[in-house]
Design a protein around this ligand. Structure first.
Ligand code: HEM
Length: 219
């Protein structure tokens, strides 16, 4: 196992973990978004969707444990890489470290990531926790739309989703680059797909609080 822990703690090992966990989170977000879009179809549709998830509770629990591990690895490694890079900026490698990060999306991953982390804590506390620990049946549609009727709560969601778009725009292409898929001919296409994914994910997630705050009268 010696070689494994050496690899995991190396810079390239950490980058590979970032890329792998990032791609898994990208897939999770697509599935989570598709489920959440049933909110637009009304209480019955969304509660039926949530009820179906409850029927597969053991599987959902396993996925949640895996998701927790994936999030922890992603956040921990991201913070360590950012810190190492920050220290390098003050050293001989300063020029190198800076020249690799050219655009605003790349330079702000730690800030956007930190706010997404705060978002996630609030999100789990307001939706996931009551959904799983309130004891007995819960009208999840009522809970979600009730929160989104509050301007400050919805405003923070919309803000966090814009930052999520920034984070994903860099993360998507960065993951592929780490895997070595940076062929001159195909990489621009990967970048375009990444930007499209980031914009669609941010817009569609944000459209939910926007709709329930401005266009939906009552539950
Ligand atoms: C408008 C946007 C969103 C809505 C309406 C929404 C809704 C929900 C709801 C209702 C739950 C509880 C499900 C249950 O336990 O029965 C949940 C769980 C969760 N959400 Fe979200 N979500 C949104 C955006 C996000 C984003 C952007 C992320 C990640 C950055 C995220 C990550 C999670 C995680 C990790 C869980 C716990 C695992 C799970 O139960 O699927 N959510 N969400």
């Amino acid at each position: 196992m010696g070689w494994f822990s050496t690899f995991i703690n190396s810079s390239i090992g950490k980058k590979l973990i970032m890329a792998l966990t990032g791609l898994l989170l990208i897939i999770f977000l697509i599935i989570h978004l598709l489920g959440n879009l049933t909110l637009f179809a009304g209480a019955d549709a969304f509660n039926t969707y949530a009820g179906t998830l409850k029927k597969f509770e053991p599987i959902v629990r396993v996925i949640e444990v895996l998701l927790t591990i994936i999030f922890v690895l992603h956040i921990y490694n991201g913070a360590v890489l950012w810190w190492t890079n920050r220290k390098a900026k003050g050293s001989l490698y300063a020029v190198n470290a800076r020249s690799k990060e050219t655009n605003i999306f790349a330079r702000t991953t730690i800030q956007t990531g930190s706010i997404i982390f705060i978002f996630l804590v609030i999100h789990l506390q307001t939706f996931w926790y009551p959904s799983n620990f309130s004891g007995g049946e819960i009208n999840l549609y009522g809970l979600v739309t009730g929160w989104f009727a509050q301007p400050v709560y919805s405003g923070f969601y919309i803000f966090a989703m814009i930052l999520l778009g920034f984070h994903l725009n860099h993360g998507f292409q960065s993951a592929f680059q780490t895997f070595g898929w940076n062929h001159k001919k195909y990489f621009p296409l990967i970048q375009k797909i990444g930007t499209l994914y980031a914009i669609l994910t941010a817009l569609l997630f944000a459209s939910i609080p926007v709709y329930f705050l401005f266009f939906h009268g009552g539950n």
